[in-house]
Design a protein around this ligand. Structure first.
Ligand code: PEP
Ligand code: MG
Length: 916
């Protein structure tokens, strides 16, 4: 029966509740925004005839209403709509909510648009009280089961809805204390040893604790219970861990969560019952195998909570071949229907299989690539969809280091292999042991790499997981909280390592069967690909892709991940419109950039060329020269170095464009600071120490970022610009003679007015023309400017008259637009992000509303006078996928990023083009 629209509410008629039941649902998978991921997929599964227990979803609009109207609900929701929707469940099952004769029990679960595993609240077995528990006992013929459900329900409700769960993990949960005390008194170890009478007694203690702590009795009325549970689910949208998770995953707070109310099915009613979770393919490697875990006689949360280590799904085939066959059929149906790898939850109740959830499965980067390419080959998706299936950042996991095989072998042979757990998140990690999230965050703040070691993780640990290199747990399976969250974060992770005995109190861990004891701060290494836990630190080695591409130490045919990587990159290049360049200053960096697919150099920071060997001496002589003659002598020493540098860079890049930026930073950056170094320099220059010291002091600036740098240097000291341009042009002429045509792009930094550019451009043209005349060789060159000062962005129409190209220097542009130092903002930006002042660090991802608007204005002003004006970006943002998308939309010609980000930028550019 479809739910009627609720009338008489302030924002006009709307449907707030959507039912699903046996082969028919009011919603479907496309309605995630309204029904949340869980609700939309439950509806979809019901629609395609899968066995889903009946239920209904309160839409995310109820949640947003709740918050917008002072934590209240739309009129009639509890009085009319929920009873009506409950009736559809009662009708489908022939049970009644609150009926002691044949009680209907329900679960109440959160479910946002994007999955937020374990972050929000769930209440199971709702609808039980002293009367219905007796009814359930009679109906199931299993009083112990009924009281076990009641015990779990009172505990869960007490913790979640009545707020008895302590916020601080160091304090004990009162229900756990009661449970432990009973176990101790009875001399038993596990819950399953409690008798019915024990459970009845425990429920009595629980209720007394609730009365004691809240001053109110535990609610017996199922409708009151339901109202409380729905409120708790909506409240949990704004609990601290959900807020942190949203921030880490860029999920906006205004989305709200849906709330799913569904008939309970029981996996803990006996030995013909069970529950499990599975992936339709291997979420770690992407292999096309059914991959999952189950526990017989258990309730859903037991599997994900990681408190009992579950069995491999292949064992279900032996234990219950018929259920396995049904599940395997559902696996095929779901993959065909969703055309993706799915993550499912199921329950077996008295030998009947029920599907409780399905969603697109989280996967590692390597798995994402393999699944996308395999599904293309299987004809399930086309290449455009394959590209859209992969988040650009996931590519990073294929480029991540692994342990050096020999070093690891040596460590293992020397007895450093401590234990082996489950390989939940691939890659190699080395760091200092921390046993809790706070210590992990503290060590990370000090710049130390961290391995977070926990008995099991819970959502409270995510702060610590986010800052760790790797995560290790004693308990839990491949779908435990630790495994899921680590994979999503792209962290190295080993779980279920049963040989560990972790002692939080003493901040140490022992290894069973050995006398090894490791303490907080000790070095530990994790191989997330094999599950090995190794004492001490271990050097890491490049990944397969890096070995093929950069090191040349592995043949493509010996690198399984190469094929999928290469295929994906070929597809990406087919669809992207943006060109991808790299920021590189040395020929070896340029060579790496080329292997990653860079199509040019977007920024060569020439100041980086002056630090090596004798160059720095000549540079210092130039800066400290007392007159023009001295300066020219020093400059003539620098010229051959620069010519050699540019020759090497142009030659490596062949016919690809290379943008060389004239000297940019404040001169004092090149000068020595210690007395000893100053003395050495003075001796080298044949000048008195005091004199050199005074000259250095005279160059001191209070705000060097806004001082004598960029084009200002060349305007004060044109001889620097002349030398650099001469070196660029002579290198280009030499290569031209050797048969290689290069077109240098000479870039002027930190321009804010047209006049600055005109003066500098004149020096460039004069010098270039004189080199060309002297060498008798025609070499083309371009003169352009960085746009990194807001004034230059605003006056781009004028500046474009003197420029062949613009390159947006978004590091400085962000600094100057926001008035925030790029070097010092680490002090306050994390707090700014917490307050959502900037959802992302604006130095990492373009502040689209501010800096972005300046770029958009500049691009259109520039092109209004020069339609062919070439536009690029060379700030750090060039490797950030969201910024790449912005550059695509703004019509830039290229993005330039660090060489190792080039594959990410290629994929991001293709996705931007496909998403239109
Ligand atoms: C920039 O400001 O964005 C830029 C690329 O220049 P630099 O980082 O060298 O100041
Ligand atoms: Mg800059």
């Amino acid at each position: 029966m479809p739910t009627r629209e609720i009338s008489n509410r302030k924002s006009g008629p709307k449907q707030f509740i959507y039912t699903f039941s046996g082969g028919r649902a009011e919603g479907d998978a496309s309605m995630k925004n309204l029904l949340g991921g869980k609700g939309a997929n439950l509806a979809e599964m019901a629609n395609i005839g899968l066995p889903v227990p009946p239920g209904f979803t309160l839409s995310t609009e109820v949640c947003t209403w709740y918050y917008e109207h002072g934590q209240t609900y739309p009129d009639g929701l509890f009085e009319e709509e929920i009873p009506r929707a409950l009736a559809t469940i009662e009708e489908a099952l022939g049970r009644k909510f609150g009926d002691p004769g044949n009680p209907l029990l329900i679960s109440v679960r959160s479910g946002a648009r994007a999955s937020m595993p374990g972050m929000m609240d769930t209440i199971l077995n709702l609808g039980l009280n002293e009367q219905t528990v007796a009814g359930l006992a009679r109906k199931s013929g299993n009083p112990r089961f009924a009281w076990d459900c009641y015990r779990r329900f009172v505990q869960m409700y007490g913790d979640v809805v009545l707020g008895l769960k302590p916020a601080d993990k160091k304090q004990k949960d009162p229900f756990e204390e009661i449970l432990e005390a009973r176990k101790h008194a009875l001399g038993i170890k596990v819950d399953t040893e409690f008798s019915t009478e024990d459970l009845q007694e425990i429920v009595g203690h629980y209720k007394a604790a609730i009365l004691d702590k809240t001053g109110r009795s535990f609610p017996d009325d199922p409708h009151e219970q339901l109202r409380g549970a729905i409120g708790a689910v909506f409240e949990s949208w704004n609990n601290e861990r959900a807020i942190i998770y949203r921030r880490l995953n860029h999920i906006p707070g205004y989305w709200g969560t849906a709330c799913n109310v569904q008939a309970m099915v029981f996996g803990n009613m006996g030995e013909d019952c069970g529950t499990g979770v599975a992936f339709t393919r291997d979420a770690a490697t992407g292999k096309n195998i059914f991959y999952g875990e189950f526990l017989m006689n258990a309730q859903g949360e037991d599997v994900v909570a990681g408190t009992r280590t579950p069995l491999d799904i292949s064992q279900l085939k032996e234990e219950n071949p018929e259920i396995y066959r049904q599940l395997d059929d559902i696996r095929a149906t779901l993959e065909k229907h969703y055309r993706d790898m799915m993550d499912i939850e199921f329950t077996i109740e008295n030998n009947i299989l029920f599907m409780l959830q399905c969603r697109v499965g989280k996967r590692t980067g390597p798995a994402a690539l393999k699944i996308a390419v395999d599904m293309f080959k299987e004809g399930l998706i086309d290449e455009k969809e394959a590209i859209l299936r992969i988040e650009p950042e996931q590519l990073n996991q294929l480029l991540r280091p692994v342990f050096d095989v020999r070093e690891k072998q040596a460590a293992v042979q020397s007895g450093r292999l401590l234990a082996t757990g489950l390989n939940a998140g691939p890659g190699a990690a080395t760091g200092k042991i921390c046993f809790n999230a706070t210590d992990a965050a503290e060590r990370n703040r000090r710049g130390e790499p961290v391995i977070l070691v926990r008995i099991e993780t819970s959502p409270e640990d995510i702060k610590g997981m986010a800052v760790s290199e790797g995560i290790l747990t004693e308990r839990g399976g491949m779908t435990s909280h630790a495994a899921l969250v680590a994979r999503q974060m792209g962290k190295v992770c080993v779980v279920g390592c049963g040989a560990l005995s972790i002692d939080y109190q003493n901040a140490e861990m022992r290894i069973d069967g050995s006398d090894v004891v490791l303490h907080e701060g000790d070095d530990l290494s994790l191989d997330g690909t094999t599950g090995e836990v190794i004492a001490g630190s271990l050097p890491t080695r490049n990944s397969e892709i890096i070995e093929v591409l950069v090191d040349g130490t592995r043949k493509p045919e010996d690198a399984p991940s190469w094929e999928v990587y290469n295929q994906l990159m070929l597809w990406a290049d087919r669809y992207r419109r943006l060109q991808i360049r790299a920021n590189a200053d040395q020929p070896d960096q340029a060579a790496v950039a080329l292997t990653f697919g860079a199509e040019g150099i977007g920024l060569c920071r020439t100041e980086h060329m002056f630090f090596g060997g004798e160059r720095i001496q000549a540079m210092r002589e130039m800066i400290l020269a007392d007159d023009l003659e001295e300066r020219n002598t020093a400059i003539s020493k620098l010229l051959p170095y620069q010519r050699e540098d540019f020759y090497g860079l142009f030659k490596t890049m062949g016919s690809h464009p290379v943008t060389i930026r004239l000297l940019d930073p404040p001169l004092h950056e090149f000068l020595p600071h210690s007395d000893e170094e100053i003395m050495r320099l003075a001796i080298g220059m044949g000048k008195p120490y005091e004199h050199v010291k005074e000259r250095i002091a005279a160059l001191h600036e209070f705000n060097p970022m806004l001082g004598l740098r960029g084009c200002r240097l060349g305007i004060l000291h044109p001889e620097i610009t002349i030398m650099q341009v001469q070196a660029i042009m002579e290198a280009a002429c030499q290569l031209r003679q050797e048969g290689l045509e290069v077109v240098p792009e000479i870039m002027v930094p930190l321009v804010s007015t047209l006049k600055e550019l005109e003066i500098t451009a004149e020096i460039i043209h004069k010098t270039a023309r004189s080199v060309i005349a002297e060498q008798w060789i025609g070499v083309k060159y371009l003169v352009g400017t960085m746009i990194e000062v807001p004034r230059a962005a605003i006056t781009s129409a004028e500046i474009a008259t003197a420029a062949d190209f613009f390159s947006y220097g978004t590091n400085d542009l962000t600094q100057m637009t926001l008035g925030m130092s790029r070097d010092d903002s680490g002090q306050f930006l994390p707090t700014y992000q917490q307050h959502d002042i900037f959802p992302r660090n604006p130095f990492e991802s373009i502040d689209i509303d501010g800096v972005g608007r300046l770029i958009t204005l500049s691009a259109s002003e520039g092109r209004s006078v020069k339609p062919d004006l070439k536009l690029g970006i060379c700030g750090e943002h060039g490797g950030d996928p969201a910024s790449v998308e912005f550059c695509h939309k703004t019509g830039l010609n290229y993005v330039s990023c660090s060489p190792y980000r080039v594959p990410v930028a290629r994929l991001a550019a293709a996705r931007a083009a496909l998403l239109g």
